[in-house]
Design a protein around this ligand. Structure first.
Ligand SMILES: CC(C)(COP(=O)(O)OP(=O)(O)OC[C@H]1O[C@@H](n2cnc3c(N)ncnc32)[C@H](O)[C@@H]1OP(=O)(O)O)[C@@H](O)C(=O)NCCC(=O)NCCS
Length: 167
């Protein structure tokens, strides 16, 4: 490849990602991405305190081609045979490239390894991307909480509680 093509490929090549267990060193990147994707961001300290709990675990997706930053992450909690997804987010830069899917699978695998029988999560009923992702993974609605999320200008939206059996 000539030097010009090499340089072009550096700037245009697609980021590929590896999935890693999340650690304390990730807390700052997690809070930046959380603030990018959610109305109410969580700070570094909140992530640090969550990750200090032995019941909490997570995964990050990081580009493996030299591009810095985080592609996405998931945090989950498992206790007494039940687990929940605390949060999952993929950067606006990498939508619909399978990162949410891969992160959720990593969390589900660990949840099963920890001996949990079911996984729960809550999702805004208007969040089409997340709902489709969860349904594709096999989650099914088990409850509804009307007026649960603040949806701007005094509006409230409905939270769906979803469950996946792991056994
Ligand atoms: C929800 C989210 C994590 C999905 O991440 P992603 O990496 O873009 O999703 P994936 O590429 O893994 O997609 C997996 C499946 O989810 C569904 N999906 C993802 N994005 C979608 C979209 N924009 N519209 C409709 N369905 C979508 C599809 O079923 C998709 O499968 P397909 O591409 O084979 O059709 C991401 O959109 C996000 O971070 N949203 C903001 C934060 C958030 O809402 N988190 C969930 C809170 S409960």
């Amino acid at each position: 490849m000539n030097p010009v093509s090499l340089l072009e490929s550096f700037f245009t090549r697609k980021a590929e990602f590896d999935i890693f267990p999340a650690g304390f060193d990730d807390c700052h990147d997690l809070s930046l991405l959380h603030a990018e994707r959610f109305y109410q961001g969580w700070g570094d300290g909140e992530f640090h305190s969550l990750m200090s709990q032995s019941t909490v675990f997570g995964y990050t997706a990081r580009p493996n081609n030299g591009i810095s930053g985080l592609g996405g992450f998931v945090l989950a909690r498992e206790a007494a045979g039940e687990a929940e997804i605390l949060t999952v987010a993929v950067s606006n830069k990498y939508p619909r490239q399978g990162l949410g899917w891969r992160l959720m699978l990593a969390a589900l695998r660990e949840t099963r390894d920890r001996g949990a029988e079911s996984m729960f999560l809550e999702v805004d009923d208007g969040n089409v991307a997340a709902l489709n992702l969860y349904r594709k993974l096999g989650f099914r609605k088990v409850a509804e909480r009307k007026g649960y999320y603040a949806a701007g200008e005094g509006q409230k939206s409905t939270a769906l509680v979803m469950r996946l059996d792991l056994r």
